[in-house]
Design a protein around this ligand. Structure first.
Ligand code: GDP
Length: 362
């Protein structure tokens, strides 16, 4: 068959003339505001107090935003929501990736919601960037909860300093509580960085473990175990029931070696299966017992007071650091001082004193 390219009229390398471009793609484009105008704080607060989820999400976005005008509105909203917050159980949930946190949160969450009320699931994961897909709090990971009308799931604020990410989650708790969420779960990856921050914002700290993996494998540091109010061994199903019970006994005896907790509560160790939904009410009964215990002995309120104090100092620390490191002159001096120290020309202390001296005497 004759191929069209063999025809003498065919010129393979001709460039088509193309279509003339209109001067602007959308002539009305410039008339549109570039972003939605910021609603006044009072309007947001009103929506939040009504339990309106869209307003709540919007306010959380402002809390997470880095724009200074957003920050100001967000702080005003938080202040106004504060008197309406506090009426919730704040539960921290940690465990290494694969321990079954999302599977468990899904079933724990449904269990809690059966008793009424509303549940917010928040996360702290300083390593994640939202654009790359957050490891934690991803809606698709909690299939049942994510479609439940009384559950609000929010991924971790995007990457930043741990202090910054944690503070945003702490502030989001206030907004959720004001919107009527009386159960708050804060999820974090149990690899040892974010646990202190989570511990400082929750009433009960639940550590999810799995049998068979050594402590090193699970990345669980002694410090995390010491923070736990409850250790639960997941995947106690099928052939794994025996190993799970063995792990339970080991954790129980390990806990006896720890100093007594300030609350006076003796952390409990239970086994369960998130996937097969075995032992879920028992885990929840333990948590109920804890709340009865600490409400009875006054520790609940005391801990929240101490946490509020901790956050004040934490915020001051964060802002001071930011103010110092963001200063362009400080940055330039730091670079020079760093080079001097690395070249062994100045001592670390003298170099630090120089930069700080400049900062304090600006
Ligand atoms: P996460 O990384 O801690 O959030 O863990 P996931 O919830 O994603 O669970 C990790 C894997 O363990 C998944 O393949 C789950 O299906 C599985 N898994 C979670 N819970 C259980 C359980 O109770 N029993 C068994 N056999 N597998 C489970």
């Amino acid at each position: 068959m004759e191929h069209p390219e063999n025809d003498s009229k065919y010129i393979g390398l001709t460039v088509n003339g193309g279509v003339a471009q209109p001067p602007v793609v959308n002539p009305y484009m410039h008339k549109r505001p570039r972003r939605k105008p910021l609603p006044p704080a009072s309007e947001l607060v009103e929506g939040i107090l009504k339990g309106d989820v869209t307003t709540l999400s919007r306010a959380v976005t402002l809390v997470e935003s880095l724009a200074p005008d957003h920050y100001a509105v967000a702080q005003e909203v938080i202040e106004k929501c504060l008197p309406h917050s506090g009426n919730s159980r704040r539960i921290g949930i940690t465990g290494v990736p694969g321990a079954g946190k999302s599977t468990s949160i899904d079933v724990f969450g449904l269990h809690v919601l059966k008793q009424g009320g509303k549940l917010a699931v928040l996360a702290i994961d300083p390593s994640s960037e939202r654009t790359k897909g957050s490891i934690l709090g991803d809606k698709t990971r909690m299939e049942k909860l994510s479609v439940h009308p009384d559950a609000f799931i929010r991924p971790s604020p995007s990457a930043g300093s741990l202090g910054g990410v944690a503070r945003k989650t702490r502030e989001t708790i206030v907004l959720c509580e004001a919107a009527g969420y009386n159960n708050i779960f804060v999820e974090t990856v149990g690899v040892g960085q974010s646990e202190t921050a989570v511990h400082s914002m929750v009433d009960f700290f639940l550590l999810i473990q799995i049998a068979g993996a050594g402590d090193e494998l699970q990345g669980i540091k002694r410090g995390i175990m010491e923070m736990a109010d409850g250790i639960v061994i997941n995947k106690a199903d099928g052939d794994n029931i025996g190993p799970a019970q063995l792990a339970q006994a080991q954790y129980r005896s390990a806990l006896h070696l720890f100093p007594p907790t300030t609350s006076g509560w003796m952390p409990e160790v239970l086994t369960y299966s998130g996937y097969y939904e075995l032992g879920i009410p028992e885990v929840w009964e333990m948590i109920d017992r804890y709340f009865d215990f600490v409400r009875g002995n006054g520790y609940f309120d005391e801990k929240r007071r101490q946490q509020a104090r901790w956050w004040m100092f934490e915020t001051i620390d964060e802002q001071l650091r930011k103010h110092f490191y963001d200063n362009p002159d400080v940055k330039a001096r730091l670079d020079a001082a760093e080079a001097e120290v690395l070249a062994n020309r100045r001592s670390s202390f003298a170099a630090a004193a120089d930069v700080l001296g400049y900062y304090f005497n600006r």
